[in-house]
Design a protein around this ligand. Sequence first.
Ligand SMILES: [Mn+2]
Length: 332
Amino acid sequence: MNETITSVSRFLLENDNYVIGIHANPDGDCFGSACGLAGALKKLGKNALILSPNSIPKRLSFLNYSDTEVFESREGYDKIKDEKHTYITVDVASDHLLGEVADVFQQNNKFAIDHHEKNTITAEKLYLDNTSSAAGEIVYKIICELEDWTNETIWDDKIASSVFGAISSDTGCFKYGNTTPETHRIAASLIEKNADSRDINYRLFDLKSSVQIAVESLAYRNLEYYENGKISFIYLSNKMLESIGAKVSDTETVSQLGRGIEGVQIAAFMRDKAEGEFKISVRCNIDTDLSVLCASLGIGGGHKKAAGCTVFTDSPQKAKEMFLEKAKDYIE
Ligand SMILES: [Mn+2]
């Protein structure tokens, strides 16, 4: 059964020592949301830390305005496992996305808070609002409710900035179709609470490292068109990334590149995940449901216009063919 903002907020008031879980390869939404929520819980005199399945990309670390402790990967979990905590997750649609700490949350997750199209996570309770552009919108509402309930002042410029960053990140700077009037109202309210909107949007969307520029240039050189230019496909192997000194976390903007090309309806970016595993991120400009496409290809899901999957096969060539074979049914 789906919970409510009120029941999440009440639950958060009941406990004192939170571990907030976010998804692997963290993005601005899960990390900003977790930082904002942790900041709010700390304002209420509680402890809150973040547990991430792998490292937070350096370019997103600024979103941690409230200096919340972040523990990364299994090693991070080992440092906190002996303490008594209440585990929750934010922006995590399935157990699989918790990577190497998935079992920890499978056993302990009390409350999952999410905005994806579908959520299959193992948790005692779930609050899912797939009309929200970002988990940050939900966190905004929770913090407002917590203020109402406690009569304490929780919002400050730091918490507002983390939550603003979460929402701006998942809406592509308020440009994607998931952006609603409500998204803008919440963003306006966060700016009134002194969120540093100009600097956040600059850091999230304009600022790139030289490695990121090298990755994007490599990506453009490897971009291929299929179905009369309606599908674009980029594959970057680990070897190619290594050759320019890049890491997987430097590829975050690559999935967006094809979307900006005239005529492209579906843009895909594939990379190596492990032996026999390929991760494909998909974006589109048309009215189709990529979360269904991705779920049909292996372990996958996400949003209608932004989704991803892991395809299991022995070569990148086969993975690409499997993708193209299905994707052609989703173009116009
Ligand atoms: Mn999100």
